[in-house]
Design a protein around this ligand. Sequence first.
Ligand SMILES: Cc1cc2nc3c(=O)[nH]c(=O)nc-3n(C[C@H](O)[C@H](O)[C@H](O)COP(=O)(O)OP(=O)(O)OC[C@H]3O[C@@H](n4cnc5c(N)ncnc54)[C@H](O)[C@@H]3O)c2cc1C
Length: 439
Amino acid sequence: MPAIALIGLYLLVVFAPLGLAVAGGWPPRPVLDELAAGAGLVAFAILLAEFLLSGRFRAVSGRVGMDVTMRFHQLLARTALALAVVHPFLYTLPFNRPLPYDPTRQLTLTFEGEGLVTGVLAFLLLPSLVILSIGRDKLPFRYETWRFLHGMGALAVAGLVYLHAVEAGRYSQDWMLRWFWSGLLGLAVVSLLVVYVVKPLLQLRRKWHVSAVRQVAERTWELAIAPDGHEGLDYRAGQFVWLNVGHSPFSLNENPFSICSAPGDGREVRFLIKELGDFTSSLSRVRTGTQVHLDGPHGHLTLEGRAAPGIAFIAGGVGIAPMFSLLGQLVLEADTRPTVLVYGNRAADQIALGDKLARLRRVHKTQVVQVLSDPPADWSGEVGIIDAARIRALFGEEQYRDWLFVLCGPPAMMEIVEDTLIGIGVAPRNILAERFHYD
Ligand SMILES: Cc1cc2nc3c(=O)[nH]c(=O)nc-3n(C[C@H](O)[C@H](O)[C@H](O)COP(=O)(O)OP(=O)(O)OC[C@H]3O[C@@H](n4cnc5c(N)ncnc54)[C@H](O)[C@@H]3O)c2cc1C
């Protein structure tokens, strides 16, 4: 779905409860009370829409990219939290049982029993969920444990807020809004079921196995997988998948990795993986034949429909993985556009697949600029880091105006390069970026 249509649809979903509340024809209340109700309604709609944003649905993240979708997911969660926090404090009407002379509850709020308990529980749980996500890296448990708790916690908050809205909410008494909440909550539950039940079931029918694993640089491995009796993966160069090596497809043990092979290479799919945590540090123990499941392809770091007269690839560390895929496909398609690959590392033994780099130079005439911050004595490449000065020195006016810039690497490098390119005047539509971290 085009990004603009997606944003329009999102705004429609999030603000629909306000429209439905007005359509209910309730008599007006003091402004602060209406603001309180509005904050609660919008916060709940944002919360339910979060399930769809984080569900890895290609219709949602296919155009804008998974990293942008996840960034929105995080920002919107904080927005929902802010609205939820002010929601109870803006009310000026008495929290009381309905008065006999006030059947429309214009002058009182029914806020007791289930309505109170569910509201208070959700009020406590939602901040915990957001704070635990912000500080996730500092938690003493594994990413998979956090992910499970996050999903279950979000579902619990959604259920509690639903009960709170239909028990204590004034506008949610109306059948239109009730149906709206039920429909959106249903969609949220379905999106969880799709991710955790339907997709794993489909993966069972399309198994893969490890066909090769070898170390290709310091703490960096190349992992190859091959399909078990099916035609393989229909992907575009530069995309990524969630890879589950050696676990049941229903387990949460899966990690996102960019594909480093090119679609035209054949049915085997290869990855370049840097040791970081528990799974990536276990690659030395992975044996050929180990069963693999994958969810994908995902990602928008592709050259499809990009007619730029030249392409600059700027990679830091293992961010080189999707660049190999993109350049590999250009070679296979005998694409004659000029290409420059800027590849930064700390030390020489971190340079992955040096033979491929040499081949790109030789066969495709790619200008490969290697940058090391801690080079050996006999180093003939560039010394330092990929920063603003280097980017300014490497390219000319024509390239900044017309070329496509493809970026992937550590967050700090991405930020500097992106800011520099935009500062120089490169059009944002000519910058493609993939982030390996969603925080
Ligand atoms: C789109 C994308 C493409 C990537 N491509 C590559 C690649 O080609 N090569 C490479 O070496 N690394 C890549 N990464 C990073 C890689 O996913 C992490 O290094 C890896 O998941 C770490 O797993 P672990 O079990 O070793 O460490 P853990 O300690 O479990 O995780 C370390 C960090 O990795 C991230 N992470 C772990 N699991 C997931 C998950 N299921 N979903 C999202 N983030 C997760 C989290 O930020 C976590 O804090 C990519 C990441 C993304 C988002």
